[in-house]
Design a protein around this ligand. Sequence first.
Ligand SMILES: Cc1ncsc1CCOP(=O)(O)O
Ligand SMILES: C=C1C=NC(C)=NC1=N
Length: 216
Amino acid sequence: MKLKEQLELYFVMGSVNCDRDPREVLTEALEGGVTMFQFREKGEPCLEGEAKLELAKDLQKICQQFSVPFIVNDDVELALLLNADGVHVGQEDDDIEEVRRRIGTKLLGVSAHNVEEAKRAIALGADYLGVGPMFLTTTKADIRKVEGPNVLKKIRTAGITIPLVGIGGIKLNNASEVIQAGADGIAVISAISRVPGTARKMSNLLRARHDPEFVE
Ligand SMILES: Cc1ncsc1CCOP(=O)(O)O
Ligand SMILES: C=C1C=NC(C)=NC1=N
């Protein structure tokens, strides 16, 4: 399966984003049609050390049962220890070239906020970009200015064809807007982690656009 297809419904989550056992939340999300998963253990009070490692191992096993890629946010050490399928880093995180050197051919996702950051990430070896925040969100404390889906159009107009997901405040009622603006998929935290059944609804919505009689 091509990376653009794998990025269609990208669930990002950590224990902080869950009101119940993250293992149950992930299993239900994967049953609902999530196509890629990122373990992002951030915020207050996030797990560390042994507890973080144990949860990561369990979530990776669940992804393997569904043959869905398991990506680790920021923690390159953990990604290598688990032989994860890839890492996702921010523009400011460890220098992107250094991360690429350490992970070899594993997937490298980089956050980008505008065209200039998108170009920089690509030059440094990104395989896909996470662009946002698309809409207002309280899930991430230190979000940059909300540029909206328009920034996706600008990136595509700049001739950038790399696989892209939008992220930030994406819900069932605004997901289509992100795709129409040029994203290959959507990256979602709370809409899926806190509301059972949302993954299935988003999956159906996203897949419908490939149906022949689909009219936008
Ligand atoms: C990690 C991240 N990066 C930009 S916004 C965001 C949080 C997205 O969370 P939610 O899907 O709950 O709005
Ligand atoms: C900040 C982020 C942006 N995009 C993605 C896919 N994941 C992230 N953690």
